[in-house]
Design a protein around this ligand. Structure first.
Ligand SMILES: [Zn+2]
Length: 66
């Protein structure tokens, strides 16, 4: 599994999906939620809400909750 391109932290599937959704669908480098929130100058909390919104919409980039 790839690490965050900024800080090297191990990434979750949701973080990879969020990078693709928010930056580039064809992205090959990904960022963790902390670096994404810095990149967008927003709260991590907001990005977590976004992930849940995308998941609720059935976006294929985000795994369904079990
Ligand atoms: Zn990071």
């Amino acid at each position: 599994m790839a690490g965050c391109k900024n800080c090297g932290r191990a990434l979750s599937g949701d973080e990879i999906g969020l990078t693709q959704k928010m930056i580039n669908r064809g992205a090959t480098e990904f960022m963790c939620i902390t670096c994404l929130s810095k990149f967008f100058s927003c709260e991590e909390e907001l990005l977590l809400k976004k992930i849940e919104e995308f998941r609720a919409l059935g976006c294929m980039l985000f795994a369904k909750k079990k």
